[in-house]
Design a protein around this ligand. Sequence first.
Ligand SMILES: *Cc1c(COP(=O)(O)O)cnc(C)c1O
Length: 430
Amino acid sequence: MIDLFEQYKEFGISPKVYKYCENVLGGLKDRFEAIDSMAEFNQLKVLKAMQEAKVSVECFNKSTGYGYGDVGRDTLEEVYKNVFKGEDALVRPQITCGTHALALALMSNLRPGDELLSPVGKPYDTLEEVIGIRESKGSLAEYNISYRQVDLIDNKKFDYEGIEAAINDKTKLVTIQRSRGYDTRPSFGVDEIGELISFIKKLKPDVIIMVDNCYGEFVEEKEPLEVGADMIVGSLIKNPGGGLAPIGGYIVGKKECIENASYRLTSPGLGKEVGASLDVISSMYQGLFMAPTVTASALKGAIFAANVYEGLGFSAFPRGKDKRHDIIQAIELREEKALIEFCKGIQYAAPVDSYVTPEPWDMPGYDSKVIMAAGAFISGSSIELSADGPLKEPYNVYFQGGLTWPHVRFGIINSLQKLYDAKLVIDSML
Ligand SMILES: *Cc1c(COP(=O)(O)O)cnc(C)c1O
């Protein structure tokens, strides 16, 4: 037997902390097996998609300039279309991030006079400016596109009556966010989203349903297009980039939705025909190929973290035993010092920038200081091990990512070690 603790000692992990975490891990065997099966299922799904699109070495050649006839780009879009079961796809390095992809999908499929509806409460923070909930240059509101929102009942259930009342003649597009984002509401399962979609489509069959798929890819067997969504949108520096894609976003769905998005991304008349894939295309393929197992590592980390901290009396969202629909884990640390020490533990566990100490700072758009820990190969990548949280009650830390399970496991143990060293967790708790 290999003595793993020999290695942990090198990082200053104490026997007590290590043992406690080993015990927690012992109780997670069945969960982890199920995650491994899911990864296999999705690995084969991706493989099939690549084979059917006839991916070849020519696809990895870089293109420049206009990018006319860029085979690598067109084939990658075919692969995404196959994986996510759409009619067409737009997958580009020119889509700069998740927010950009979502803004693109909305702005290209809505016209002045239309209304956008969110039936699942407030969308992700950055979308507030896209929509114009917070006044912003270039928002949908500036183009006379109105917005309506129906909040969840008790912050968890769909308010079907409220949704029925909110849908009107102007309702053109419905946006459903799969992941909790940085909120404490639960994330939605794909089947749950399917029920909501059926309900809405019965009331208004021609409405476009968009799902913000960020952080949800490859967590389940199905993806939202398989339960009736018209368009799914996400970021390549989260799950589907597998930690390798250096930039990019995707939209997959109905032909017409993708066409609209392509004419908005480039120009009317040009659409998907232009847009060189430069020299980043091969990592987009390779990242997608890795994505199911990378997502599984992150998922194991989230479940491990929830169980480690729940066992010490902290609250976790989702709870340790809950079914998962995304890779984000929130833990309520209750005091400022605990939040800071947790983030130090994650930072000091990184392969990059492990020697720097994260400091709380006044981040634009936030009403309190924020602390962030990330030592990533790809700047800002949140499929890599990372943690952050606003310095305010109840001192929630949001934890996500981890390219390999051994690394994410170490990161969590290291976070606990930091709390232990600061005497915020004591022997009698372990
Ligand atoms: C990350 C995220 C976004 C925005 O993506 P960025 O790449 O940070 O712009 C939007 N929605 C959800 C649910 C997300 O998790």
